[in-house]
Design a protein around this ligand. Structure first.
Ligand code: SAH
Length: 345
């Protein structure tokens, strides 16, 4: 096993059989060795710095009906909200004072947010905070739309591919959504010049080890700047309410593997990881992650952006979240930095 891990660290790639071995037959001790290797690489590129992104969940309206997601359109129990441009600028103001230099605007696929409205928002944020990066995470749009938003000033785009296997994609999504389109969007985003993030849920219903290998191979092929992965967690008002959640161990294993495959990748220790274990985010950083994304959304809407059950930090003020994470990172020898935290070329 150690040979396989060493080869992954050197060559940044493995055969499917070797990936399978790593994903299924690893002991605790070997997984610690894998994490050590991932940390080593991470320290070479990013030192002990942890980049922060202020997450602004600006709408939970969504036209899609993904089986796993708590804000899917069929969920009648979701109480829907949209932030105004003024609300969003206020989040940025608070965030800027707290040291955030990246704002992530995330939401459901909400038709209200036309290109014009998003362009206005992006321009306003860039006008007031020209030293900050803007990341969008608003799902699938046309090439022209992505281009307009980029030209308005957006720097990065997060669009998890969710699973790189066609058949598995069909188990997670209604038939009007396709993996082909999702991948096409990622190619468009890359061609336009965004720093792009793909990613997937670990332990989503029906996911096999072979599917995970497909995900790793897809990441290799796409060469994204960021990869967002976190455990799948069931939401009570979705068709997957009774499915089991993804595991901490598998998520950490995949974080380390992805770090070794792409030493420079921006890799968050996600809120979902912090939700399934009280020290999930710390463990994520120790497995090779280098980004955290605390919530900057106004406290009164946080409980409404419930993608999954038991999501953490939904009762806290932005400042509390920032301080709590700073403390958690320092505790492990890492520090949050006041920087945009771009991909290092
Ligand atoms: N509408 C945007 C943002 C989606 S929410 C888009 O389509 O990209 C961001 C991510 O949350 C999703 O990509 C998905 O991977 C994750 N997510 C959704 N439901 C989840 C659940 N039940 N458990 C864990 N992660 C979930």
């Amino acid at each position: 096993m150690k040979n396989i891990i060493n080869r992954l660290a050197e060559d940044h790639v493995l055969s499917r059989d070797e990936f399978r071995e790593l994903l299924t037959n690893i002991t605790d001790e070997e997984q610690e060795y894998l994490a050590e290797k991932a940390r080593e690489v991470r320290h070479q590129v990013y030192g002990y710095d942890v980049y922060t992104r202020g997450l602004i969940e600006f709408t939970n309206y969504c036209k899609n009906d993904c089986y796993y997601c708590g804000i899917r359109r069929s969920n009648q129990n979701a109480s829907r909200y949209r932030l105004t441009e003024e609300d969003i600028l206020e989040c940025c103001k608070v965030g800027y004072e707290l040291g955030f230099r990246t704002f992530v605007l995330q939401g459901g696929e909400d038709g209200y947010f036309t290109d014009e409205r998003l362009e206005d928002m992006i321009r306003s944020i860039k006008r007031d905070y020209s030293d900050c990066a803007i990341t969008l995470s608003v799902g699938e749009r046309s090439y022209d739309s992505y281009k307009r938003l980029f030209d308005a000033g957006a720097d990065r785009y997060l669009l998890r591919h969710e699973t790189a296997n066609e058949e598995h994609y069909g188990k997670l999504h209604p038939k009007e959504l396709s993996l082909h389109n999702r991948k096409q969007c990622l190619i468009h985003l890359k061609n336009i010049g965004y720093q792009v993030g793909c990613g997937f849920m670990v332990g989503s219903p029906g996911q096999t080890v072979d599917n995970l290998i497909d995900d790793l191979e897809y990441i290799k092929e796409l060469e994204p700047h960021m990869v967002g992965i976190g455990p799948f967690i069931p939401h009570k008002d979705t068709p997957f309410a009774d499915q089991t959640q993804g595991t901490l161990e598998m998520t950490l294993r995949l974080l380390s593997i992805i770090r070794l495959m792409n030493p420079r990748v921006l890799l968050p220790a996600t809120t979902a990881l912090g939700t399934i274990h009280p020290l999930g985010r710390e463990k994520g950083i120790l497995a090779g992650a280098n980004v955290v994304m605390p919530n900057l959304s106004p406290t009164d809407v946080r409980k409404k952006y419930m993608l999954y059950d038991n999501k953490i930090c939904t009762g806290d003020e932005a400042a509390e979240c920032r301080m709590c994470l700073a403390w958690r990172m320092e505790n492990k020898g890492y520090h949050l930095v006041v920087e945009r935290g771009d991909y290092k070329i």
